[in-house]
Design a protein. Structure first.
Length: 153
């Protein structure tokens, strides 16, 4: 896993961070995601489990839902940006749709099955972004029960 930050990566991760902040402002968990294809954002989302009373609306799932139906070929050319390492459920969606590249804001607060994604051929780019980390750490400190619920503890 490498750490590369170019202008497009920064632009798309900034959009994911804005989604995370939007979720926090709505009373939810500050995790955001965007799906990029051909240099443009085609889907964006944030964790909406609290707001929607949903067991599955993690940021990546919300992002994919908001992207709408894409062709298999489109998913196979897309890049998913997420502020936090994807969990088992979201990793399953990444594998199901054969999304080849995932850019992760940080994985110190939570690390999903990254080794499994890599073993299955997904290219992971770990940014270790301080803003992503601080958003999660502040949330976890202030909302430990909600955080534990979100990660299945």
């Amino acid at each position: 896993m490498d750490q590369k930050m170019d202008q497009k990566t920064d632009q798309f991760m900034r959009a994911a961070i804005e989604e995370a902040k939007r979720g926090l402002a709505e009373g939810g968990i500050p995790i955001g995601s965007v799906l990029a294809l051909d240099g443009a954002i085609v889907g964006r989302g944030h964790n909406r489990r609290v707001q929607s009373g949903s067991p599955v609306l993690h940021a990546e799932m919300d992002c994919l839902e908001n992207a709408g139906r894409l062709s298999a070929r489109d998913y196979q050319r897309a890049t998913l940006y997420t502020t936090l390492s994807p969990c088992d459920m979201c990793s399953g969606a990444i594998l199901l749709y054969k999304i080849p590249t995932v850019v992760i804001g940080e994985n110190r607060s939570f690390q999903g099955p990254e080794d499994y994604l890599i073993a299955r051929g997904v290219h992971l780019i770990q940014l270790d972004d301080e803003e992503c980390y601080r958003l999660m750490q502040d949330f976890i400190r202030d909302n430990p029960a909600l955080w534990n619920e979100d990660i299945g503890v």
